[in-house]
Ligand binder design. Sequence first.
Ligand SMILES: Nc1nc2c(ncn2[C@@H]2O[C@H](COP(=O)(O)OP(=O)(O)OP(=O)(O)O)[C@@H](O)[C@H]2O)c(=O)[nH]1
Ligand SMILES: [Mg+2]
Length: 257
Amino acid sequence: MTEYPSPPPSGAVAQGKPLKVGKVDPPGYPDPKIAHGWLHTARFLTTAPQLEHLPVLDLPEIAFVGRSNAGKSTCINTLTQQKRLAFASKTPGRTQSINLFSLGKQGVHDAVLADLPGYGYAAVPREAKLRWQRVMGNYLMTRPNLRAVVLLCDPRLGLTELDEILLEVIRPRVEQGLKFLVLLTKADKLSRAEATKALSIARLQCGGGEARLFSALKKQGLDEVAQLLWYWTHDPQATALGAVEQEAPEDEPPALD
Ligand SMILES: Nc1nc2c(ncn2[C@@H]2O[C@H](COP(=O)(O)OP(=O)(O)OP(=O)(O)O)[C@@H](O)[C@H]2O)c(=O)[nH]1
Ligand SMILES: [Mg+2]
């Protein structure tokens, strides 16, 4: 048997200083570099104003949802390290269709990100609002390859009534294994104490899902979110749990506004 020499004691150990224990990732999580490299492969796949225009895909899909202006498109651009992959703007209501981006190295697609239009934007005409709510409700309830939902929320507003309705819409699928993350965006606008409080509240409200702080500006939370998305779409254990059976909706999905 080969004997390996034991490593020399580090300076800290040799001098009797306590060792700093680094962040330990849960089992199955990739190195952040792997997750970021994978996300960087994102490219535009298609855009669909209606559900029936979405291609049928056999790839795990991660949907980014939330109120208008919450930072969904910016989050996708930050995660994929691309400036203008998704359309972000100061003007609420910028994203009007479901935009799909495919991921995968060497031309092999292995997952899809979906950027959805936001809800709760008052200036949208009532008819357009209702139409969109139906599209989104149906998408969340019936998209067969939907693996995970990332609900983006500005912590200065907290989870609003519309977010709560969305949580209700997806609850049956979450119980069947759909992954779910509440991402508190624009964390750079909060003090440390405010951020800690907002995170505790979101953890209580997201019932079984995950909650994290995120800032596109400060690149806060990037590693954790990238690792989680990779894990959800690649780890055999997570993917087995995430398998969702498609069921036809019995009723109209609840309106979001
Ligand atoms: N300070 C700060 N601003 C952010 C952050 N993320 C997004 N923003 C800003 O928030 C505004 C809205 O961002 P978008 O990414 O377009 O929001 P959205 O959720 O896609 O909006 P809709 O497409 O209208 O639903 C833009 O002015 C962004 O620059 C962040 O982490 N920090
Ligand atoms: Mg957008």
